[in-house]
Ligand binder design. Structure first.
Ligand code: ADP
Ligand code: ASP
Ligand code: MG
Length: 417
């Protein structure tokens, strides 16, 4: 019997009616002859609420207890969906991460899956029982619950699909696939039939939260066929029954994409804060004096720009860090002031990183130049730029997010007709 993984995100299980609807989707696949494992997220908003409670209890708290609290949302939905399935005559039981077990490393709050023993799941599924698995959680080496970082249920789903040798991993969400950009801010965004792993990795790490980055990595490494599709479709719609090509977006290898576009998508991330150090001495060793202490404090630096100051002997250094790390980074740099030697330090959180992504950029020159021209035409000031083989990222003031994303979306011919 072919095995199938179906993952349902927070909005798909937001209330009991939606959970009943999910149960009907699951029943459709069971009736079609699949042995099904379902992975569920917490009800939408629940994880945010749980996270806020841990912060309210103590701003700095024990990450193991954070995990105990935030993993509970998924426990609730796994049980509720098992009940809803039993109610419509489908044999089902819930599984928590530790029961399978899904073993993770010890990085509580942002753990990585190390190993999944799929044998017990496979055995039960072969007996015709649907496994309803709490996403986002596993068991750490200290024998305690660990969570996989926000959006981690996607990763649970792909990892389970790999562990049980599923023919497909369907990620059901509140949009019917991966779009050229976030359809919530660009109504003209187009659904993509296929996206390569490389592009999806970039899109996810540059802000498109439709899939967690780690899930895309796992899908690529383990060759898991991953589809992004909508849970809001009517489960009885006959078009959903196409086992080979369900409606949605397939995340696949590059060579499975016939029509390669120069630009495939635009992503944006508000998770970027800028730090500027003014009048730093222009001499060897200064960059190390700035970035080594940040690295030692485990703060990731992303974009870096250096300009020579007017007097020619000093430079201004500007770089970005995750917004959540801004305060800590500023403290580290204040502490290192005497070894760096700068005249002033400024931090700003009101920025956004907009990225243009496409494997076609490898063989096309001028993609960046046309983006800069188009943004200049809208009077949008670019504060920093980074590029790689298949992406260009620019840092701008957040007030211009929508204008910039829409401008670039039209520029590269991505608008829906
Ligand atoms: P779930 O709760 O199902 O995991 P998420 O909220 O994590 O869902 O991800 C789905 C959301 O991702 C969509 O509602 C959409 O706003 C957002 N999104 C951002 N970029 C894209 C994109 N390029 N294509 C599709 N959705 C996107
Ligand atoms: N419930 C978790 C979160 O909100 C995991 C997920 O939804 O994927 O981050
Ligand atoms: Mg998600």
């Amino acid at each position: 019997m072919a095995r199938l993984v179906m993952k349902f995100g927070g909005t798909s299980v937001a209330d009991i009616d939606r959970i009943r609807n999910v149960a009907r989707h699951v029943k459709r696949e069971v009736d079609a002859g699949f042995a099904v494992a379902v992975v569920v997220s917490a009800m939408s908003g629940k994880t945010n609420e749980l996270v806020a409670w841990t912060r309210a209890a103590a701003p700095m708290h024990d990450a193991r207890e954070y995990d105990t609290v935030v993993a509970s949302g998924e426990q609730v939905t796994s049980g509720l969906l098992a009940i809803a399935l039993q109610e419509i005559g489908v044999n089902a039981r819930s599984w928590q991460g530790w029961q399978i077990p899904i073993l993770t490393d010890g990085a509580h709050g942002a753990a990585r899956i190390m190993e999944i023993d799929g044998s017990r799941l496979i055995e039960r599924m072969a007996q015709g029982q649907v496994a309803v698995i709490a996403g986002f959680q596993g068991l750490a080496p200290d024998n305690r619950i660990a969570t996989l970082g926000r959006g981690g249920s996607d990763t649970s789903a792909v990892a389970i699909a790999a562990a049980i040798g599923a023919v497909r991993c369907d990620i059901y969400t509140d949009v019917d696939g991966v779009y050229t950009t976030d359809p919530r801010i660009v109504p003209k965004a187009r659904r993509l039939d296929r996206v390569s792993h490389e592009e999806m990795l970039e899109m996810a790490s540059l802000g498109a939260k439709v899939l967690q980055v780690r899930s895309v990595e796992l899908a690529m490494v383990h060759g898991v066929r991953t589809f992004v599709r909508s849970s809001f479709d009517d489960p009885a719609d006959p078009r959903l029954a196409d086992a080979e090509n369900p409606p949605g977006t397939l995340i696949c290898d590059e060579d499975e994409i016939v029509e390669k576009q120069v630009v495939t998508g635009i992503a944006y991330s508000k998770d970027e804060a800028q730090i500027s150090l003014r009048e730093v001495a222009d001499k060897p060793g200064v960059a190390a004096a700035v970035f080594v202490p940040l690295a030692e404090a485990n703060i990731n630096v992303d974009m870096i720009v250096q300009n020579v100051s007017e007097d020619g002997t000093t430079t201004d250094m500007t770089f970005t860090v995750p917004t959540s790390e801004l305060e800590r980074a500023m403290k580290v740099l204040e502490g290192a002031r005497s070894s760096i030697g700068y005249s002033s330090l400024q931090g700003s959180g009101d920025l956004v990183k907009v990225s243009v992504i496409g494997i076609g950029m490898r063989s096309h020159a001028g993609v960046a130049a046309s983006a800069f021209r188009a943004l200049a035409g809208k009077s949008i000031n670019i504060r920093a730029i980074t590029t790689s083989e298949i992406k260009i990222s620019i840092l701008i003031d957040s007030a211009y997010t929508e204008l910039a994303v829409r401008t670039l979306h039209s520029l590269y011919g991505l608008d829906a007709a």
